[in-house]
Design a protein around this ligand. Structure first.
Ligand code: 3HC
Length: 311
């Protein structure tokens, strides 16, 4: 790094190299990354709730073990991402506070209820599938700690997606009631999964700057289209239908034409008016206060260890 820190920032980004925590970077780049990485981390932690809801009700020990592993992975993804955010000079407590007081958000998708066991399959296939489409490009984001966290997250996300898809496949090929349950879950999770990619490019406040800084590598609409193109053949193999009568292959475009999600609904959910927002935040606040004794004990233990070392 030359002494002209900021000048080298442009050069490093232009050369597709990584900006590291100690590099000089524009304040807006640092703040923008804290915003995105923190909300990504919050999403992982809140995302444990909808699936955690079914751990005690999984239909077999095998399914319970798989779901337990997945929910534990999400907690780990949250920790990798909080650790990546901390390299930008923000503390874990500040990030937790920002979530609990509503100043920072989490992904809209986790404000929808998980009504049946088939939702676990639909979330794995669609929500984790969408997460993979969104997160693979982030492995090449210009900020080193975020890109490296994404590499590990994506490997685990592939397991999440495969287990969900396989679970749906079993249900779709099971009894008529199981098949109906799988179809109902896909009907409920399809459009909220499309909305996960964010508002249309024309209404995206951060995309232009985020793409210039090579944080966001593809636009919201491009990734949404990539996701639809990936899901259509997968739905055909499942023998389930995607709830969009206007979904059809467009030879000219080389993509599927599809009905956009309800972006008004997305913004309502983002602003706190989704089916489960209040429940998710109440649960998260209660978990935080229930866990206070663990944090105090860890603090006391660390102080004792420091004192013993210093003695
Ligand atoms: N949910 C909540 N807020 C959303 C959103 C969504 N689905 N989509 C967009 N927004 C918010 C943005 O945060 C921004 O608000 P802010 O300024 O208050 O932060 C506003 O809407 C405008 O959207 P932009 O497109 O301008 O914002 P971004 O450039 O940040 O793009 C994004 C949005 C694509 C979600 C981007 O932030 C991103 O790629 N984030 C990292 C990935 C992520 O957070 N995924 C969430 C799901 S985590 C997950 O799937 C876990 C898996 O295990 C299931």
């Amino acid at each position: 790094r030359d002494l002209e820190g900021t000048a080298s920032f442009e050069a490093i980004v232009a050369a597709d190299q990584k900006i590291e925590p100690r590099d000089v970077m524009p304040e807006a780049y640092r703040k923008g990354l804290i915003r995105q990485i923190a909300q990504h981390a919050h999403s992982e932690i809140i995302g444990m709730q909808p699936e955690g809801n079914w751990i005690t009700r999984a239909p077999s020990l095998r399914r319970k073990a798989i779901l337990l592993a997945k929910v534990q992975d999400e907690a780990g993804h949250g920790l990798y991402l909080y650790a990546a955010a901390e390299t930008l000079g923000v503390t874990r407590d500040e990030l937790t506070e920002a979530l609990l007081n509503g100043r920072q958000k989490y992904s809209s998708i986790f404000n929808y209820p998980t009504l049946t066991w088939a939702d676990m399959g639909a979330i794995g296939w669609l929500v984790d599938g969408a997460a993979i489409v969104n997160q693979v490009p982030l492995c090449r984001c210009s900020y080193g700690p975020y890109a490296r966290a994404m590499i590990r997250v994506c490997k685990e996300e592939s397991f999440h997606q495969r287990q969900g898809y396989q679970s749906l496949y079993v249900l779709a090929n099971g009894s008529p009631a199981q098949r109906a349950m799988a179809q109902d879950a896909v009907d409920r999770w399809w459009y909220p999964s499309l909305a996960m990619f964010g508002p249309p490019d024309t209404e995206s406040t951060h995309s232009a700057q985020s793409m210039e800084w090579k944080i966001k590598r593809f636009s919201n609409d491009d990734l949404r289209q990539r996701f639809v193109d990936m899901c259509v053949p997968q739905a055909e193999i499942l023998g389930l239908t995607l709830p969009d009568p206007d979904l059809r292959w467009n030879e000219e475009r080389g993509h599927y034409d599809f009905t956009q999600p309800d972006f008004e609904e997305l913004m309502r959910v983002v602003k706190g008016d989704g089916p489960c927002n209040r429940q998710r935040m109440t649960h998260r606040r209660r978990a935080h206060s229930d866990g206070a004794w663990v944090r105090e004990a860890a603090q006391a233990y660390a102080e004792k260890a420091r004192a013993a070392k210093g003695a």
